[in-house]
Design a protein around this ligand. Structure first.
Ligand code: URA
Length: 433
């Protein structure tokens, strides 16, 4: 087989066979295919497309390019959730203890934040003492004992995706739905869970800016998951406004703890119950409505809050910060943003809000940046809310005046005010099962 023939075929819009895709993934990962040929193929895929069959084959080959996590040491039904990334997304911290309280086993590896989006590992590390690096034996033993453990990436999961993602980033070939779906799903398949719920974000803070693209991505990921033998469901959710009210690592842990104690943002609670219900329904074969009731009862009863405390303690973290947020990390400086004019907050550019949080110190511009766990934003007003001139819109937190000013300038750029109330967007825009 020759890479040149594969390139010629895709250039003309042909369908690549499983063997051709396997050849490309195997030989590129081994270093035998040069970057210029791989780049040419990625660009041809962007221009000519990839059908479902090709996307399934690409995913499967990338998933098998490295370690496939073996969860057979876990006693019970395994479940995982994935978000395509957004601003203020702390759903994992809520969904994991709800599902674990209902008997599912959550053995999850999560990533760090980069750019305008946050990462679950950074959020968990803001809890004093929480260990995100466990040995495989500790990881599996905790999941069997407590029902949940979330750690940083270990092992060599989907190395082909790692290499191809870096190449896509440098060749303007990231924004292709088949390539995004294969990239995400290859890592989910390698991570081993039998049941997978996907949260596909849509709007100004997300990869997918419009609903049609988000729906196409959700459908393809569900198709890939099912074709590769995993129960998979997706919800498409609004990311045109940040999720919940808190953005930044310790702040998001505090908000997650509030939801688990039956306080806080109603939409965030709704999304977490929806994702939990999909996982429970797929795992136990129950109806979605019954699964939703199960998740809701568990949350309302306080069992899920006890579960997050048990989980954090098992992983070395100080669980007191979950119930006593005043003991949690405190930022050195803070500032209130007030409305310059009265009317309605008609739009909040969520990408810019994410950048603002990052400039405040909550995120990284490049992988090697360090982060400030206390930095971030608490929103008092969200898109669609009426505001009076001078009323507080948000509180910003940082470790220095310089960061505070940089974050504040970007936050102000994110806000648009108007005289008429904008149409309220629902949080959940669609479901693919
Ligand atoms: N996240 C991924 O892991 N891969 C993509 O291609 C896009 C987002």
């Amino acid at each position: 087989m020759r890479m040149l023939d594969i390139l010629e075929k895709k250039k003309r819009g042909g369908q690549l066979s499983k063997d051709e895709i396997a050849f490309f993934v195997r030989e590129y990962t081994a270093g035998s295919i040069p970057d210029y040929q791989a780049s040419a193929l990625l660009m041809a895929i962007c221009l000519k497309g990839m059908n479902e069959e090709e996307a399934v084959a690409l995913t499967d080959c990338m998933a098998h390019s490295g370690d496939m996590l073996d969860l057979s040491a876990i006693d019970g039904i395994t479940a995982d959730k994935h978000s395509t990334g957004g601003v203020g997304d702390k759903t994992t911290l809520i969904v994991a203890p709800i599902c674990a309280s209902c008997g599912l086993k959550i053995a999850k590896m999560s990533g760090r934040g980069l750019g305008h989006t946050g990462g679950t590992v950074d959020k968990l590390e803001s809890i004093p003492g929480y260990r995100t690096a466990l040995s495989n034996e500790e990881f599996f033993a905790q999941v069997n004992r407590v029902g949940v453990s979330i750690i940083g990436q270990t092992g060599d999961l989907a190395p082909a995706d790692k290499l191809l993602y870096a190449l896509r980033d440098a060749t303007a070939t990231v924004d292709n739905i088949a390539l995004i779906a294969s990239s995400i799903m290859s890592k989910k398949l390698a991570a081993g869970a039998q049941n997978i719920a996907l949260d596909v974000k849509c709007g100004s803070g997300a990869f997918m800016q419009n609903k049609e693209d988000a729906e196409a991505l959700a459908k393809l990921m569900v198709k890939i998951g099912k074709s590769c033998g995993r129960n998979t469901a997706a919800v498409i959710t609004d990311m045109d406004t940040p999720l919940g009210t808190h953005i930044g690592n310790a702040l998001e842990v505090t908000e997650a703890a509030a939801i688990l104690q039956n306080r806080g943002d109603a939409q965030l609670r709704e999304l977490c119950l929806t994702l939990s219900a999909h996982l429970l329904s797929m795992s136990y074969g129950s109806s979605y409505d019954d699964a939703y009731k199960q998740a809701e009862t568990t949350l309302t009863s306080g069992k899920a809050f006890l579960k997050i405390q048990e989980w954090v303690e098992a992983q070395g973290g100080d669980a007191h910060v979950l119930s006593e947020s005043e003991c949690f990390r405190k930022a050195a400086v803070h500032s209130t943003v007030t409305a310059q004019t009265g009317g309605y907050l008609t739009h909040m550019d969520t990408h810019k809000v994410g950048e603002s949080a990052s400039l405040l110190g909550a995120g990284r511009a490049v992988k090697t940046d360090s982060i400030d766990p206390a930095a971030g934003i608490v929103l008092y007003k969200k898109t669609g809310d009426a505001v009076r001139k001078g009323e507080p819109i948000a509180e910003l937190f940082a470790s220095s005046d310089e960061k505070l000013q940089a974050g504040k300038a970007r936050f102000l750029e994110a806000l648009t005010f108007g005289e008429a109330a904008p149409k309220k967007r629902p949080l959940i825009l669609g479901t693919v099962v």
